[in-house]
Design a protein around this ligand. Sequence first.
Ligand code: 4SX
Ligand code: FE2
Ligand code: CA
Length: 333
Amino acid sequence: MSPAPDVVRSAYAQLTVTDLVASRWFWVDMLGFHVQYEDATHLYLRGTDELTHHSLVLRQADVAALEHIAYRLRTPEDVDKAAAFFTELGRPVRRFPAGDGTRGVGEAVRVLDPLGFPVEFFHHIERGQRLIQRYDLRRGAEIARLDHFNICTPDIPAAYAHYTSLGFGCSETIEGDDEHELYAAWMYRKQTVHDVAFTGGDGPRLHHIGVATHESHQVLRAADLFGSLHKEHHIERGPGRHGVSNAFYLYLRDPDGHRVEIYTSDYYTGDPDHETYRWNVHDDRRRDFWGNAVIPSWYKEATPVLDLNGTLQPVTRTVLDESTVAVGADGLG
Ligand code: 4SX
Ligand code: FE2
Ligand code: CA
């Protein structure tokens, strides 16, 4: 088996959107992403702390979907390793020489992974000007950086096994009373709770992207801004405190229904003997530490996913459904 590429972190997501003007209002004016580059059909966005070209690309199209998630690799040689790794798995692999793929990104490989997700791996990416202390340019929720991807897949143990083979650690899980009943898992390469998490559900679909602020007041301010503008329908869940990850959170839906989580204050996971923390699915604090209800749309709705040719992919139905076993405060029992 060829060695896994050395993944540094979750790096960016590319989404299609149906109205770039509406998307610009949501992501730039309200969330506070900075525009690194834009043209008639694309927005390349990054958070205040990010020193690379983008962490989110929005492309105008007829259908709103996920085009790919992308991971940054440690060295240029890791791009070849990624190609060999997925070729050996018998998965579709496509190579993009520097300049042929996404703007700002160097040589890249795009694969349809074993879970059916379009995933890009790259090492080189252009730098962006340092904006960390440009307080004068901050707006809205003052998003600092991309934190994670959350993906819906019907087979969580398979997702766990695949990402383990890619060298990811597991910070937390949600499990049933039977130890083989795995409802959700949070996995990382960078030294936080996660770069990717799995939500049990019909898949492949993108559940959300998680973006980090420095402080909880920025999460609250985002909620207040949507309320003041009578745009409260963009608020889906929270603000609240997660059980899993301990992060303070708010879930929003963008003008196309893409879900984004504003997320802050999780914890360090970088020690070599970091242990997985396991939540029981019947613990009502797991998804909201205060036991507040998770609304059904959060479990059920997600973004469809394209294949490497840009065609919408069918989904496989899930068997294990956390929303139907939940009791008490979820209001779903
Ligand atoms: O809802 S959970 O508390 O399980 C949760 C969801 C924890 C961390 C996340 O990033 C998330 O999206
Ligand atoms: Fe999340
Ligand atoms: Ca419950």
